[in-house]
Design a protein around this ligand. Structure first.
Ligand code: GBH
Length: 468
């Protein structure tokens, strides 16, 4: 008997810090990223000019976002992934709740529902409350309780109108890429991350996984409807030179650290041996008890968010932490910002998840391309982005193919609908299907917008029962 697959949703994704602006409005507290950008001037160290997300693309403003929701309707998406800002809801991270923050998200979610769009809510997309960052952030063992408390407040306030919660976005990028760079910028050192920093971040990562388990437990104890998962950055690791033994070994370690660590943590409550050994060797404070792992094992996620951009072409290089260059090799003639364009690696990855982790429900919570330099405004109004258009077409196809082969993929969400604030690269890197003029907030759909709209419409025509 044929198995009827679950419904499939097309969508787009964003994050509070990258789009909202209104960084001090209505009682919002500061996040570590407000400080990284305004005080430490992190973008200046990376792209040579100071940029902040104080205004971003103005998405906190209801007039603005209602017009943006109209654009979503035009596109035809059925789901919108966004994050809620922890310090907007709890200005000091713990303690007093800022009711206007919760009201904002409640209204926004209702406005999405009115447009027929399902909200997918990320609790934490890197904007850690600065008040708690001063107390060590994820390094402080109390961070587990800080996050559980915040998650419980969000579940209580929004849980009746949200189908899917994502606890964390890309823990590894937050803790092993952005925070170490921020630390180096603040200390006015070269920004290159060191092996010692990799060692120091391990206990923080462990606290974050414990926090995830506590939040999942909280979600269940509240009897919440819907699903809860984590969005992890997955990068199938390939040795840059297959005949080079050191590249082969480096790729295996990258796979353990980037991919298997979060997957095993959230599905099985185990950590790869290489992770325990490597980080334990660098940092004796990285101690993982049987009790900790039992907590993880008792609270697996319901679904997996896959943030996929590219495979990692891994080269052994002593200039990188642990000798692992997993981010800077890109043999493509026109290099995309987030790595080599390989849709076939996404297809393979989805089949591997199907086979290795018991075919869990999967959402592609992010996929997209930062070919910023190739966005071309023509005739003042038409924005050509052929490379992004091609990227989205081929990746959407790869996802549908994996789904056809039995991978339980429930949705595909493009990063991103609009150009926005791209972290340490500021506004220099554009990922949107809609062009944004950052001075005027004018929005112009790009070629990729029209292409994605056609993909969605064609899929709907093929899969909806004939009307009579
Ligand atoms: C995702 O991160 C994020 O979830 C999202 O917020 C972001 O906008 C999107 O990707 C697009 O980048 O290596 O430091 O020189 C993916 C991780 C972070 C990988 C930035 C590429 C390049 C900057 N990406 N990184 S760096």
């Amino acid at each position: 008997m044929a198995v009827t697959p679950h419904a499939f949703v097309w969508g787009a994704a964003s994050a509070a810090f990258q789009v909202e602006g209104a960084s001090q409005a209505d009682g919002k507290g500061l996040s570590k990223w407000d400080v990284y950008t305004n005080r430490d001037r992190i973008t200046e160290a990376v792209i040579g000019k100071q940029e902040t997300a104080n205004v971003a693309i103005n998405a906190y403003d209801r007039r603005q976002y209602l017009s943006d929701i109209a654009t979503m309707r035009d596109l035809g998406i059925g789901a919108y992934r966004f994050s809620v800002s922890w310090p907007r809801i709890l200005p000091a991270g713990t303690g007093a709740v800022n009711q206007s923050g919760l009201d904002h998200y409640r209204r926004f979610i209702d406005d999405l529902h009115d447009a027929g769009i399902a909200p997918m809510v990320t609790l934490y997309h890197w904007d850690f409350p600065e008040e708690l960052q001063k107390q060590g952030g994820w390094h402080n063992p109390q961070s587990v309780e800080w996050f559980r408390n915040y998650a419980a407040i969000v579940f209580r306030a929004l849980g009746d109108r949200v189908d899917t919660f994502i606890t964390f976005n890309e823990p590894f990028i937050d803790l092993y890429l952005m925070d170490p760079i921020a630390e180096n910028v603040r200390a006015k050192r070269p920004i290159a991350i060191t092996t010692a920093q990799y060692g120091r971040q391990a206990p923080a990562m462990h606290n974050l996984f414990l926090a995830n388990a506590r939040a999942v437990a909280e979600f269940r104890s509240l009897g919440s409807k819907g699903m809860i998962g984590m969005a992890v950055p997955l990068k199938p690791a390939v040795p840059n030179d297959r005949s080079n033994d050191r590249d082969v070994k480096a790729a295996a370690l990258v796979d353990a650290v980037l991919n298997r660590w979060p997957l095993e943590a959230i599905f099985r409550g185990t950590y790869p041996d290489e992770v325990i050994r490597t980080f334990g060797g660098l940092n004796p404070a990285f101690r993982v008890t049987a009790e900790d792992l039992a907590l993880l094992a008792a609270n697996p996620v319901d679904c997996l968010g896959v943030n996929y951009y590219a495979p990692a072409f891994v080269a052994h290089d002593d200039a990188y932490p642990l000798g692992l260059n997993w981010n800077d090799v890109n043999p493509d003639p026109v290099p995309a910002f987030n790595g080599p364009v390989r849709p076939e690696a996404l297809h393979r990855l989805l089949l591997d998840i199907r086979d290795t982790y018991g075919n869990p429900p999967v959402f592609i919570t992010e996929n997209g391309a930062g070919f910023g330099d190739f966005d071309e405004v023509r005739d003042g109004a038409v924005v050509k982005d052929p490379l992004r258009t091609d990227y989205i077409r081929r990746h959407a196809q790869a996802v549908l193919q994996a789904r056809g082969e039995g991978a339980d993929v429930r949705g595909y969400l493009v990063w991103s609908l609009f150009d926005n604030f791209e972290w340490i690269q500021g506004y220099e890197r554009r990922f949107g299907m809609v062009w944004v003029d950052f001075e005027t907030q004018e929005r112009i759909p790009k070629e990729s917008f029209h292409a994605y709209k056609a993909i969605i419409a064609a899929d709907r025509a093929a899969n909806s029962p004939p009307r009579r």
